[in-house]
Design a binder for this molecule. Structure first.
Ligand SMILES: Nc1ncnc2c1ncn2[C@@H]1O[C@H](COP(=O)(O)OP(=O)(O)OP(=O)(O)O)[C@@H](O)[C@H]1O
Ligand SMILES: [Mg+2]
Length: 830
């Protein structure tokens, strides 16, 4: 059944805004009739008269068969508001679409509106579920085209699709894209200062409404009215991993979205024949997150799960060790990048890169060598977000939850668009534009990613094509220092972080999309929502916070299907730490778990990286390999028998544990407590000291090596963490039953392992504390002594003068902020 405007269909619809939504007088019986409808010859009309229905290239599907789409045809002469006011809307019921050749129709729509040949099979599956009024959970790789799954329904039916989206930057990007394809869309939320947009949206003037979860909860009543007037065909929840507290971008208000299910049921709203379906979409949801999503959103038991592989066969994953926090490493780590981006300028092929010393001179910066990873710029994002929000226009209609969201959770958005002045489209409303700038050739340039092993092996031979790079860094300070360094050596680079002027951010965004910039050095503010097809490299410079976040950001690369690289530079000799954020105890635990998974990904030297990543999201990759990552290309390092090391480590751990357990049965009050405290929780470092004390033989083995060994022994089930607090990797080992058995029964068995990244690093490193004998031998040789002294002098960092207040008697006043300082303060008082 095809409904003509608001008066169509069952005729029992209320018409809140008749004047605005022109109804069609014609009725067709099938969807196919409807598609053939607008073949009437066009009549000349007065320039200010609204165009006849059939001529308007609006978001509905009229004239799809006969009249080629021309989004700009009538827009030039019509003002934006008039288009919105006079836009005629045709409606087609989902059942009628389902009866016809909807796949063919959708493909045609796709070709004419978006320039793509046909829908992908997962997109068809999702659409089929929607047409069957079923809820649907779409799990598909980054860049696979999930957005079309919820955009097409609006175009096919002429009804509204409401998209719940977490980020204003994402909403903005999608609205802008849709407008280029002749689809009207708007976004609502705390970043939307113009309340008229919300009113217009609720009157049914946009095909697609993007809205943040906090706002949609406020608009339920109005949306029910919209469902009755123009009709809502679908609620889409994009980036649905945000629903789950087990996900990486958790947003509390997402957990209240089951209200959509409850408020748009056919049994509740008499004008509905079916519940309005929910479509939830994400590229980064683990199995746990998926289950949580279905439950929290109240999705039906029959929810269709559309699952495609998370594998991105054109991405090459690499992990490299670097002291990332130090600007000394830039020259080493970015040398190749610099060469790529500057070599064209220099016919002799030589790269005029600055040495670190020259760079320091040029930038006038002092070296921050040795800045530990933990020393992240804690002034980073939260403070800026608050600053940014002060720019926002006060709007009393915005609920406190929405405001809070902008402060607490829209860090990225506020980073990107700091105030309403930042919007090029001042009101966040997007109409199908006349001067369409979208480039069909861009979609044509996309190639299918390699499917077969042969195709992937072929990729190995190919160099990366030209294209931009995004370097993700954890702190704002680093965005500036790296961008400055790259600019200094002739790369067109720019920094992107929330503290930079808005005009600069706009410019960077624009220039990046126009291929005028080669490198953007960004915080997470430049992450989600970036859909630029030709990004060739994603570099993470420092440990990411989770594999989900890492895979999301890496997913910006190679969206054109061609080879792209995702390189993680991380300091293998340091444990990563959590960036500051407000977290509950439970969330902190989860955050540590995610950080730990990320750390293990970096440490891995034996398993295909793509396999680790996709299996992390619950995909069975079986014996497959990507053939492109560093592990697949270089192969694992040589296997080693660490039986002796494993044995002694187990012995020391078990001995301590035995001692500790012997105290268990004999509780004798304070005495045992003191004893326990003395014995309590030796960490791995202490076990290693014990080993070194006991045996000369193991003195030269670096702590990093023991750390790696302990991790491997934990993964094999020989030891477990004995501490309740959160750790990135095992810190307070205690033996398991299997471990004790290993000591007792497996004494003759070899213990083969593949050394992990930290172990390899320690093996390559010059031994900082060799045995005293070796060390002594060195000192006996004057040449060695001279060299060592010279090295230690040149490495020595000038100590910063400590700015301490003098106490009463000229003593230095202790720092009250540190625990040591507080204890000292007590003594000082006395
Ligand atoms: N059927 C199709 N054929 C060709 N290209 C398509 C098709 N569907 C979508 N695309 C293109 O794929 C690109 C990525 O689409 P989209 O942004 O929807 O990805 P996504 O799955 O939402 O990714 P992410 O998880 O990163 O948000 C877009 O440029 C889109 O136009
Ligand atoms: Mg998307």
């Amino acid at each position: 059944m095809v409904r003509g405007g608001l008066s169509g269909g069952g005729g029992n619809r209320k018409l809140p805004n008749k004047g605005n939504l022109t109804s069609s007088s014609s009725k067709q019986t099938t969807i196919l009739d409807h598609f053939k409808f607008s073949s009437k010859p066009t009549q000349k009309r007065a320039s200010n008269a609204p165009p006849p229905l059939e001529e308007l290239p609006d978001a509905s599907i009229q004239g799809l068969e006969e009249v080629p789409h021309d989004p700009g045809k009538y827009r030039e002469e019509d003002s934006f508001s008039r288009i919105l006011e006079s836009k005629p809307i045709r409606f087609v019921d989902e059942e009628d679409i389902a009866k016809g050749d909807w796949e063919g129709m959708a493909d045609k729509l796709l070709q004419e509106r978006f320039g793509y040949p046909c829908l992908k099979s997962f997109q068809k599956e999702a659409l089929a579920a929607w047409l069957a009024h079923e809820d649907c959970l779409v799990l598909a790789a980054t860049g696979s085209g999930k957005s079309l799954c919820f955009q097409i329904p609006a175009l096919l039916t002429g009804k509204v699709v409401v998209v719940i989206s977490p980020l204003i930057s994402l909403m903005h990007d999608q609205c802008l894209k849709l407008s280029k394809h002749g689809v009207s869309a708007c976004f609502l939320g705390s970043g939307q200062p113009d309340s008229s947009v919300e009113k217009k949206a609720m009157r049914g003037m946009y095909d697609i409404i993007y809205v943040c979860p906090e706002t949609v909860l406020r608009l339920i009543k109005q949306l029910q009215e919209l469902a009755e007037s123009r009709g809502i065909t679908l609620f889409a929840i994009d980036e649905v991993h945000c629903v789950s507290k087990w996900g990486h971008d958790f947003r509390p208000d997402y957990r209240r979205l089951s209200v959509l299910r409850e408020s748009f049921r056919a049994c509740k709203l008499s004008f509905l024949k079916f519940d309005i379906p929910l479509m939830a979409l994400t590229a980064t949801a683990t199995t746990l997150v998926r289950e949580d999503v279905l439950k929290v959103l109240g999705m039906s038991k029959e929810t269709k799960i559309v699952l495609t592989s998370f594998f991105r066969s054109n991405l090459r994953f690499l992990v490299k060790h670097s002291r990332t926090g130090s600007s000394k490493s830039y020259g080493k780590d970015f040398g190749q990048l610099i060469e790529i981006y500057t070599r064209k300028k220099k016919p002799n092929g030589k790269v005029c890169s600055l040495s670190f010393e020259e760079y320091k001179d040029q930038s006038g910066e002092a070296s921050d060598d040795g800045l530990p990873e933990e020393d992240w710029d804690s002034s980073s994002d939260m403070k800026d977000v608050e600053d940014d929000c002060s720019d926002m226009v006060e709007d009393n209609t915005i609920s406190s939850a929405e405001k809070e969201m902008s402060i607490e959770y829209l860090e990225n958005d506020v980073d990107v668009f700091q105030s309403v002045n930042d919007w090029d489209d001042a009101c966040g409303e997007f109409c199908g534009q006349s001067s369409t700038t979208w480039d069909v050739s861009e979609s044509c340039r996309k190639t299918d990613p390699p499917n077969t092993m042969e195709e992937r092996l072929m990729l190995l031979q190919e160099p990366l094509e030209d294209g931009p790079t995004i370097i993700y860094v954890p702190t704002r300070k680093e965005t500036l220092s790296i961008a400055k360094y790259l600019c200094g050596v002739g790369v067109k680079a720019a920094a992107y972080n929330a503290s930079l002027p808005k005009s600069h951010l706009r410019q960077v965004h624009k220039e990046f999309h126009q291929n005028m910039l080669q490198v953007v050095v960004a915080t997470i503010a430049f992450g989600m929502g970036i859909d630029k097809s030709n990004i060739r490299r994603i570099i993470h410079y420092g440990w990411p916070q989770s594999l989900e976040a890492y895979y999301q950001e890496a997913g910006r690369a190679g969206r054109d299907g061609k080879l792209a690289e995702c390189i993680l530079y991380a300091n293998m000799s340091r444990m990563p730490s959590l960036l500051p954020s407000k977290r509950s105890e439970e969330q902190t635990k989860q955050a540590y778990k995610m950080l730990s998974d990320c750390f293990r990904y970096g440490m891995n030297t034996s398993c295909c990286r793509a396999k680790i990543l996709v299996e992390y999201f619950g995909e069975d990759f079986s014996n497959k390999k990507c053939l492109l990552c560093d592990v697949c290309v270089n192969g694992p390092p040589e296997i080693q028998n660490l039986k002796e090391e494993a044995d002694i480590l187990m012995q020391v751990i078990a001995a301590h544990h035995e001692c500790w357990s012997s105290l268990d049965g004999s509780y004798d009050g304070i005495y045992t407590d003191i004893k326990r405290q003395k014995l309590m929780k030796p960490n791995l470092r202490m076990f290693v000291s014990k080993i070194r004390e006991q045996s000369q033989k193991f003195c030269t083995i670096d702590q990093l090596c023991w750390q790696g060994l302990a991790r491997i022994m934990e993964s094999k089930g020989y030891i477990r963490e004995g501490d309740d607090r959160n750790h990135v990797q095992i810190k307070f080992p205690e033996p398991t039953k299997l471990g004790l058995d290993f000591l007792q029964f497996d004494r003759e068995q070899p213990f083969y392992i593949i050394p992990e990244a930290d172990m390899l690093l320690s093996m390559n490193k010059c031994k900082s504390y060799a045995t005293f004998a070796d060390w002594g031998k060195g000192w006996a040789d004057p040449e060695i002594r001279r060299k060592r002294l010279r090295r230690s002098q040149s490495n020595r960092k000038p100590r910063k003068p400590r700015n301490r207040q003098k106490g009463k008697f000229g003593k230095v006043k202790p720092d009250s902020k540190t625990a040591r300082g507080r204890i000292a303060a007590k003594i000082f008082k006395k």
